[in-house]
Design a protein around this ligand. Structure first.
Ligand code: ATP
Ligand code: MG
Length: 394
């Protein structure tokens, strides 16, 4: 590929006033993280209110663009060619080479958009526009000027170097991870929670995760699947601190002491309680789940209210209004779907009742939870003490 750099466009973060540099620094950091996995060497730098990725040595264009597309905060990726600053004649040669490389088919309309931020350059932008436009028309008779809606908007930016670019590849949008605190994601092996993690990370939130494992009812493969999902989410969210909690004894105890149709809801309340304890210990500002209203019995409005009641931290449910099909489409887009549908058992489904309550009554649930009074605090304490921490990244 002919490109020597990428100009990174960012939308929302450009408007953050005095905090702007914090957002830019976070974006630079996340870009570096994403490019670490790519072939080649790069230099990521800020210059004149912009972020550039300079290519230092051999790189794979598709791989690099794919990596940049995982960086939240990027609204557009412009592949750039640096033209030589050796007079107008050299500039036209560089422009012709650019057009030949990028647009082999010349049946196109174009417009030159010059910007001169280095004022000692001998031509002003109007002159560059006019004169470059003329030489392009002379060199390529098939090309036409269209100042309103050109096929090719050729940007010529005269800065400390001269930049040529015309393509904008859409980025993922959002805000750079690390600019908006941290949250604890309840990550199961299903389709929904990885997507929920992606959505919250997209708003600049760093993600820690907790998985409730119930061996031997859930296998090592089920756990590995969650690790794999965390790894896929980490492509976007950065390294994920994954807490694996052994939930078996708590689950068995609830099974023994509580009505079976209330098992799921009581279990979910204990998951939330434990997740909140870990969240508070790790300075997370909220919990995140993959719940969506009405998807299953434990996600009716009544059930969600009863589950939520045990939490004091805010619980973020980014998929709350999504249909399953919409969630599936998102999971395909972020590449978690194939892993999510692997058929390993889930700790919720093993103990699930034939007819779980869909309209749990908080008072009744609390009364039945009293059956657990003797041992539950000790079991929760043990679960906290024996949890395993894994740092997951691609
Ligand atoms: P998912 O597809 O995310 O597993 P689901 O449709 O299977 O969701 P539930 O099993 O009711 O729904 O779980 C609702 C939410 O609770 C999940 O999205 C996830 O955030 C959390 N959750 C469920 N099981 C676990 C688990 N074993 N470990 C951690 N979190 C869990
Ligand atoms: Mg599930």
């Amino acid at each position: 590929m002919i490109y020597t750099a990428f100009l990174i466009k960012y939308a929302e973060i450009g408007i953050k006033g005095k905090n702007r540099y914090l957002f830019e620094d976070a974006l630079v950091r996340q870009i570096k993280y994403a490019l670490k996995k790519c072939e080649g060497a790069f230099m990521v730098h800020k210059a004149e209110g912009r972020i550039y990725v300079d290519v230092i040595s051999g790189y794979d264009y598709d791989e690099t663009v794919a990596a940049l597309k995982t960086v939240f905060g990027i609204s557009g990726i412009c592949p750039v060619v640096y033209a030589e600053d050796r007079g107008f004649e050299q500039l036209t040669k560089d422009v012709f080479k650019y057009l030949d490389d990028v647009y082999p088919d010349k049946k196109k309309t174009f417009k030159v958009a010059a910007r001169r931020s280095r004022k000692n350059y001998p031509m002003d932008s109007m002159t560059i526009n006019r004169e470059l436009g003329e030489v392009i028309l002379d060199a390529y008779p098939e090309m036409r000027v269209d100042v309103h809606n050109p096929d090719i908007l050729l940007n010529v930016e005269v800065r400390e170097k001269i930049y040529l670019y015309s393509e904008i590849i859409p980025g993922p949008g959002g805000m750079p991870v690390g600019t908006n605190g941290k949250a604890m994601l309840l990550l199961s092996g299903g389709i929904d929670s990885p997507v929920a993690g992606y959505m919250i990370a997209k708003r600049g939130v760093k993600i820690d995760a907790v998985y409730f494992h119930a061996p031997p009812y859930t296998s090592e493969r089920a756990k590995q699947k969650v690790v794999d999902l965390a790894k896929l989410v980490s492509r976007y969210a950065g390294p994920v601190y994954l807490h694996v909690v052994n939930f078996t004894d708590i689950q068995l105890y609830i099974y023994e002491k509580c009505p079976h149709e209330e098992l799921t809801i009581i279990m979910r309340r204990y998951m939330m309680r434990i997740a909140e304890r870990i969240a508070k210990e790790t300075e997370c500002l909220g919990l995140v789940t993959g719940e969506s209203i009405g998807q299953v019995a434990s996600q009716t409005m009544h059930s969600l209210a009863v589950t939520n009641e045990v939490c004091t931290l805010p619980v973020y449910r980014p998929l709350i209004g999504f249909d399953k099909q919409e969630i599936v489409e998102l999971s395909e887009k972020i590449n978690t779907y194939e892993t999510s549908i692997l058929p390993y058992e889930d700790c919720c489904t093993i103990f699930v009742a034939k007819h779980p309550v869909t309209k749990p009554n908080l008072k009744v649930i609390c009364r039945h939870e009293e059956n657990l009074a003797e041992k539950i605090e000790e079991l929760v304490q043990t679960a906290m003490e024996t949890k395993e921490l894994m740092i997951v990244q691609e």
